[in-house]
Ligand binder design. Structure first.
Ligand code: UDP
Length: 325
């Protein structure tokens, strides 16, 4: 039997590169479509084909579909910086929405009917209750979150009108690295808490800024739900298999269901690394809700998804192995 062919947009990025490696390990044929604007060529598995282009270029998206005839798509390619999206919303709507539309149009033209979408908890905005269930109202606080919500809405409409089936996975805080130590998080500039904290531990940064200690949380710092990138990718495989077996469109939260504060993350990093980590207290970062914790019960029920790395120390240990590779 020939292998199923999966397009992974953004497959040279943090989550996309882990996904590509896992898909290949599970026997899929993978084509990574990536502009390499933020992704890294050397993060792409040598067993995948790399098609370097931008989703904004609709002709090259069609060329890619015409060459490979995909069975399904996993769509990771997007810009992800909240602050930048406030300063330059056009960049986010052009890439995350308009370029994404080119992808959906190519899927329609070439009759590819299954898509797993990398969505985000940021579509919920300020939580009205924690943990956040899948039916929580959606009021994104910034253009990044709005771009993800618009794309989810587009998927809904494409299903009704054209029968394109999709599963949107709303990530909380993706973290950690492949246990092999060969893949990990590499953003430039880095803005995420765990890699920044570990760069301080490794002596590559002087200190970590704590963005606010006056939130209504147990220690005053923000609480987030950190989910290991491998567990996240496992959820994508389950979603993909469900779609390929004829499952209908759906959306799920992906998180551990446990919240850790910024101070708890720093403490755990000190224990894992055995290093001192200098901190500086800074004002709140605009648009940061105090606590974001997932209620991921619906994907556990639907696909029997169960995160393996529920312990924050394990997540940080893998990220540390990557950081000190
Ligand atoms: N954070 C921090 N200092 C940093 C980076 C992040 O205190 O240098 C906090 C941030 O306010 C948030 C949490 O760490 O509460 C996680 O932030 P990150 O940017 O990693 O992910 P986000 O929750 O924004 O998706």
């Amino acid at each position: 039997m020939s292998k199923l062919k999966i397009m992974v947009t953004g497959g040279a990025g943090y989550i996309g590169s882990h996904m590509t490696a896992m898909l290949i390990e599970r026997g899929y044929e993978v084509v990574v479509f990536d502009s390499l604007v933020t992704g890294h060529k050397d993060a792409v598995s040598s067993n995948a084909d790399l098609f370097v282009s931008d989703l904004a270029n609709h002709q090259s998206v069609e060329d890619c579909f015409s060459r490979y005839r995909f069975d399904a798509v996993m769509h990771f390619a997007s810009f992800i910086q909240v602050n930048e999206s406030v300063r330059d919303p056009a960049k986010y709507y052009k890439n995350n929405v308009a370029a994404g539309l080119n992808l959906l149009e190519a899927m329609r033209k070439f009759n590819t009917k299954a898509l797993v979408f990398s969505s985000s908890a940021s579509i919920y905005g300020e939580p009205q209750a924690v943990p956040i269930g899948i039916d929580h109202p959606k009021n994104p606080l910034n253009p990044y979150g709005r771009s993800k919500l618009i794309f989810e809405n587009m998927l809904h409409d494409y299903d009704i009108a054209y029968g394109l089936k999709s599963i949107s996975l709303r990530y909380f805080n993706a973290a950690g690295a492949d246990p092999s130590g060969l893949l990990g998080e590499r953003h430039d500039p880095e803005t995420h808490l765990i890699p920044l904290v570990l760069q301080v531990a490794a002596g590559r940064r002087k200190h970590i800024e704590i963005f606010g200690n006056d939130y209504p949380t147990k220690d005053g710092t923000c609480i987030r739900d950190y989910i290991h990138v491998v567990d996240l990718c496992e959820a994508h495989i389950l979603a993909l298999e469900a779609l390929l077996q004829g499952y209908g469109s759906a959306a799920y939260n992906i998180g551990n269901g446990a919240g850790y504060s910024v101070l708890e993350v720093i403490d755990a990093a000190k224990r894992v690394t055995g290093k001192e980590i200098a901190t500086v207290l800074s004002p709140r970062r605009a648009g940061d809700p105090g606590a974001l914790v997932a209620d991921a019960s619906s994907i556990k029920k639907a696909f029997k998804w169960q995160p393996k790395y529920t312990d924050l120390a394990a997540i940080i240990r893998h990220a540390w192995a990557w950081e000190t590779r």
